[in-house]
Design a protein around this ligand. Structure first.
Ligand code: LLP
Length: 430
């Protein structure tokens, strides 16, 4: 739950605001963001990596208010589409602190980034290197470029796999020599400035051993580039993926520990090859925005199925949180609008969509007296919920409300059916 979450006479308060008041004023489903929680986590990462950079990964969730909080807390920003870039620029985020990612950036996206003067562009293919070089020269600019390296390390939560092959769409393979060839090609283009290598090994990671292997492998590449071209690259971006607690047993590592471990790993690897220690960048998304978000739903129907379990239906579902259906993600959730003395009942929290896989929380214990009109909250939904929301079944995407010091304000307004109808070429207004 968010850091400011409290129970007051049985009802949950976040940022000093009672969730019943939030539901009444803004409706449900509702994404609630604890501004203090998010700012604190951003500050902790910025402090831990004070000698490097922290770029928040916008894919986790992005809106104008958040962009401004991040700027105030001293973070940079990663974007992976023209849309994310447009939002960041519209919120006056400093372009030089933005990195553009993506395995298939369009020419329009590349040109937009070049014209805005973004700080870094992470190149992901040979075609892109040529395209970027051409457009940079045409526009008379010289962007800082990093090469996304596939290190063959894949990390998932508690484990990592260091494979010899790297069968995935991202990056340029270290094993096949593609990464080294990419360095050759970037260095051959006078309109591009090669400043470093980039590696991202996965998401929701709780250990640093995967980063260790990745750092070792990129350090080898830094050496190969130095030996071949006499160029010492000054920057290294080790990506994001730092895990958060979704369930009571999850034990994430904190920002300071991650920073200390990474610094040690990079210093050791570079030191052993006689390389100066590059400036380190990390790209946490989930670890900054995830824990501070909760989703508030109203219970609509309750169905006891053959004494096996009870299906508790809420007014949202896979359109506002796809993660359970897509990844089998697990969440902590509970009744938040009142106290209950009733015994626990094995429940499945489901949505309102026309699909049996529309599950929000697969198994949870809710009180036996749960009833229509009760509010249920799902914890740690700040990341990859609103940003992956859809209009499936012509459902409108919920509002996002920020709470802080007893006050609430809408930071992304609720979509209306009119918003959706407007896009319809037949019945929408022209
Ligand atoms: N940097 C790069 C290059 C990435 O690809 C990602 C995530 C991040 C940073 C941020 O990772 P984070 O710190 O948020 O784990 N939709 C999935 C997660 C996809 C992550 C994709 N890349 C989910 O809901 O779990």
């Amino acid at each position: 739950w968010p850091r400011t979450a409290r129970r007051v006479e049985g009802a949950l308060q976040v940022g000093g605001v009672d969730v019943r008041d939030l539901a009444r004023e803004f409706g449900t489903p509702l994404y609630v963001v604890d501004e203090e929680d998010v700012r604190q986590r951003a500050r902790e990462y910025a402090g831990a990596f004070a000698d490097g950079s922290v770029h928040y990964a916008g894919k986790a969730f992005l809106c104008g208010a958040l962009v401004r909080w991040l700027a105030e807390e001293g973070l940079g920003l990663d974007v992976c589409s023209g849309g994310e870039l447009a939002l960041a620029l519209a919120a006056d985020f400093p372009a030089e602190k933005i990195t553009l990612h993506g395995n298939n950036k369009s020419v329009d996206e590349l040109v937009m980034a070049l014209e805005a003067g973004v700080g870094h562009i992470v190149v992901d293919s040979f075609e892109e290197i040529a395209r970027l070089g051409y457009h940079a020269e045409r526009l008379g600019v010289r962007p800082k470029v990093m090469i996304r390296v596939t290190t063959g390390v894949e990390a998932h939560t508690h484990e990592f796999i260091a494979t010899a092959h790297d069968d995935q769409k991202f990056g340029l393979s270290r094993n096949s020599g593609a990464a080294l060839e990419a360095a050759r090609r970037v260095l051959a283009l006078p309109s591009l400035e090669l400043v470093g290598l980039h590696s991202h090994i996965g998401s929701q990671i709780f250990e640093t051993d995967g980063f260790e292997v990745a750092a070792h492998r990129v350090a080898e590449l830094l050496v190969a580039i130095r030996d071949e071209h006499g160029v010492v690259l000054p920057e290294l971006d080790l990506g994001g993926g730092f895990g958060i607690a979704y369930l009571a047993g999850d034990d994430p590592i904190d920002a300071k520990l991650i920073a200390d471990n990474m610094r040690r790993i990079v210093a050791k690897e570079c030191g052993s090859y006689g390389l100066p220690v590059p400036r380190l960048t990390v790209e946490p998304g989930r670890a900054i925005i995830g824990p501070g978000g909760v989703t508030l739903y109203e219970v609509g129907t309750i169905k006891d199925v053959e004494g096996i379990r009870t299906y508790v239906s809420v007014d949202g579902g896979m359109s506002d949180n796809l993660r359970t259906a897509l990844y089998g993600a697990e969440y902590t959730a509970g009744l938040v609008s009142r106290a209950s003395e009733a015994g626990p009942m094995l429940s499945r929290l489901v949505g309102k969509h026309c699909e049996s896989g529309d599950i929000v929380v697969r198994d949870l214990w809710l009180p036996e007296d749960i009833a229509p009109g009760d509010l249920v909250a799902v914890a740690a939904t700040g990341a990859y919920c609103r940003s992956m929301a859809s209009n499936y079944n012509y459902v409108t995407r919920p509002a996002v409300v920020a709470v802080r010091d007893g006050a609430a304000r809408v930071i992304v307004r609720r979509e209306t059916v009119d918003d959706l109808l407007r896009l319809d070429a037949e019945v929408g207004e022209s």
